[in-house]
Design a binder for this molecule. Structure first.
Ligand SMILES: [Zn+2]
Length: 382
């Protein structure tokens, strides 16, 4: 009868085992740590990817799509990695090696190791439904916690965005809003409530977010965004802007600043039953002025907050913006760069329009003609 020792010895004759020096000389190798999570958390090799042995076969193709790429597998002592190497050979990987002596010898020989950042047990519980998604996992959740998202407005679009970003564990939310919560807001601005009527929207939003998730730091700017303060606010350091502005002066200001500060903008707008979402990522795609170089004349201005809107529409559009923001923060998926998503709430139809960077754009084009902020006068079509 075959014992474990026999099987291991037999397997080692069928695979390649390399010592640390030879393994390090393999060019462009993928290093895969097949140990369990608690072992990984106590330190791992630099640049290694963690795929526990039990998930190796199901996840290896996502981690190493090219079956000719060299792969170095390691565990604690080169037993699990030997069996793992044999299994990858069976999957067609042509250049697979098990690290002799495993992590134990590596560490004993004084070679470099990395202590991973990990989530506390409380955070592992709170974000468990993210951790279960391989595309996010612990690494993605740490990225979200490190992310800084600046919300322009705590109104219809900013409300669902603030709530879902906070729930997702986006670690720092900046909120710019000069307004006070009033009764007409409550039809759609779900971050506010009767309890906060008459208080500044930034304080009201902060209160709701703190009650939802104390991991999130809220930085409130109770001011109206202008050419005077926008650089100061952006200098606080933001990974992206989620634009929920309801007026043209702010939209143009945010656009021009985002190009000059090189910060992506997740744009959303709403009017009655219609919504639009896109991502303006400087250099990768168009900016708002590529589409609309100048504000429309006052008689054509489609909306101000008085324009009327179906209450749920900002919920849908703001949530789509949040989806884009979370993807950007976690570095996953296909962002809406160069794509304008249109939503019609009455017919429940989505349409997508391709949008391109305009080389003649006055701000992000090849020969910009606008190089300093413009404070447009706010106007509304009545
Ligand atoms: Zn542009």
């Amino acid at each position: 009868m075959t014992t474990y020792r026999d099987l291991l010895a037999q397997t080692k004759t069928e695979i390649s085992e390399l010592d640390a020096r030879d393994a390090q000389e393999l060019g462009g190798a993928a290093w895969i740590d097949v140990r369990e999570l608690d072992e990984w958390q106590e330190g791992h090799l630099p640049g290694a990817v963690h795929i526990p042995r039990g998930f190796l076969e199901s996840r290896i193709e996502a981690a190493v799509p090219d079956k000719e790429q060299p792969v170095v597998l390691y565990c604690a002592s080169a037993a699990r990695s030997a069996f793992a190497a044999k299994s990858l050979q069976g999957l067609g990987y042509e250049n697979v090696h098990s690290l002799a002596g495993g992590f134990t010898d590596w560490k004993r020989n004084g070679l470099e190791i990395v202590m991973p950042r990990t989530l506390s047990p409380e955070k592992r519980t709170r974000y468990s439904r993210h951790l279960l998604i391989p595309e996010i996992g612990e690494e993605g959740q740490l990225k979200l916690l490190d992310s800084r998202v600046l919300l322009i407005g705590a109104g219809g679009l900013g409300s669902p965005a603030a709530l879902y970003l906070a729930a997702a564990g986006v670690g720092t939310l900046g909120i710019i809003d000069a307004d006070i919560v009033d009764e007409t807001n409550l039809q759609r601005q779900i971050v506010h409530s009767l309890d906060t009527l008459g208080t500044p929207k930034v304080d009201s939003a902060k209160r709701t977010i703190n009650a939802l998730n104390p991991d999130v730091e809220v930085i409130g700017y109770r001011e109206r965004l202008t050419s005077e303060n926008i650089d100061r606010i952006l200098d606080d350091g933001w990974d992206m802007i989620l634009d929920g502005a309801d007026n043209f002066p702010t939209r143009y200001l945010v656009n021009d600043a985002s190009v000059w500060h090189d910060i992506p903008v997740v744009h959303g707008s709403i009017y009655r039953f219609e919504g639009q979402v896109t991502v303006f990522k400087p250099k990768d795609g168009p900016c708002y002025r590529c589409l609309f170089p100048e504000p429309p004349p006052p008689e054509l201005a489609p909306s101000c907050s008085e324009g009327g809107v179906l209450g749920v529409l900002p919920g849908i559009v703001g949530t789509l913006q949040t989806n884009e923001a979370i993807k950007l923060a976690a570095g996953i998926g296909e962002p809406l760069v160069g794509r304008l998503l249109l939503f019609d709430a009455l017919s429940t139809e989505f349409n997508e329009v391709r949008i391109e960077r305009n080389p003649q754009c006055p701000v992000c084009g090849d020969h910009p003609t606008i190089t300093s902020y413009i404070d447009y006068v706010e106007f509304c079509a009545r």
